[in-house]
Write a protein that binds this ligand. Sequence first.
Ligand code: FDA
Length: 389
Amino acid sequence: MKVQTLILGAGAAGLMAAAHAGPDTLVIDHARAPGEKIRISGGGRCNFTNLNCAPVNFLGQNPHFHKSALSRYTPWDFLDLVNAHGIAWHEKTLGQLFCDGKATQIVAMLLKEMEKASATLWLQTAVREVAHDGGAFRVTLEKDGATRVVTCANLVLATGGKSIPKMGATGLAYDVAAQFGHAITETRPALVPFTFDKDRFAPLAGISCPSRIRCNGVSFDEALLFTHRGLSGPAVLQVSSYWREGQAIEIDLLPETDLGAELRARRVTEGRKAVATAIGQQLPARLADSVTTELALTGNLADLSDKRLQTLDDRLHRWSLRPTGTEGYRTAEVTLGGIATDAVDSKTMMSKHRPGLYIIGEALDVTGWLGGYNFQWAWASAVAAGAAI
Ligand code: FDA
């Protein structure tokens, strides 16, 4: 069988590329359903883009690579598409746009766009071999127990990263790109919860509070969540992309309050108030109890010496913790690193080693922050490739 364009992967980037790549396009995926990560994203409501999307919200060895595609297909372009399909949405916080209803609306929208472009989708199709005979790509597929060889002028790698193998993530894009001479940068789980020594935070599990978390020169002001395994929540997921094994993170549990100054003042005006009660007004009760117990802060504010006050201030504003690790690809939202961008054209996403080979989405060494940035990259890189094809 011969097609003009074969897209490997019917996820966010693959479906979007299929809608833009022209009529003679076949998309294949080994999963039973397309866009599975879209379906489960954003707690089932899909945080499909971010209005504040800017190059600074992405990590990768080349901090300029993603600029061109992102500037040519913006969050407003995707929003136009969402609006044209009558999908209701809302801004949650920090520019993050979510569906009012189910995330599957976004999958259905992409499938409609793909059909409009007359592209074909084959599901439950495995890739056995990819080759190039000098003139065209020859891709050996397995579908319904039969082997099918597809030849194509354009081959698009859109099989994503390694996160959540249970959902079908594989390293196929890395293997095929490497086969055509592309380097792969170090890959690691990102946007992932931290783990700590067993049961360290179990008594606090379920508590969520505002925080500022710093690591490696970056800081994020978002919610922190204590879990049975360790720490999670948006602030933790964000810094996990910057953290490396063995490093400490620093947590400010009261980013909006100068606790030291406040307690010094209240020591004078409310000296008879218990320390535990005073900080219980600032923090969730179980967390306040745990801190006062840990620091043995019994007694009233009046009894709090400057030294003890400083210890408390440090503990709440500069709490240094060393994670033992992360939950890994099992729960990571994305893969940091991937196919090195130095040998990929930033305007077309075409390989500089093998003309006709395109690489899009999470498979590339472009990783967004939490908050709709990764989907925006999937859409923008897919449109760049689709337009070039
Ligand atoms: P994606 O993973 O979407 O698609 C790859 C496709 O390739 C899959 O359909 C897979 O089955 C297929 N495939 C893989 N290996 C194959 C093989 N060997 N043969 C055939 N097919 C193969 N981002 C965001 O911006 N907002 C959000 O709300 C969320 N939420 C979120 C929640 C969770 C739980 C996760 C895991 C991730 C997110 N993300 C997110 C990240 C986002 O889902 C991700 O960055 C994009 O889906 C990446 O799009 P791609 O198309 O590159 O890969």
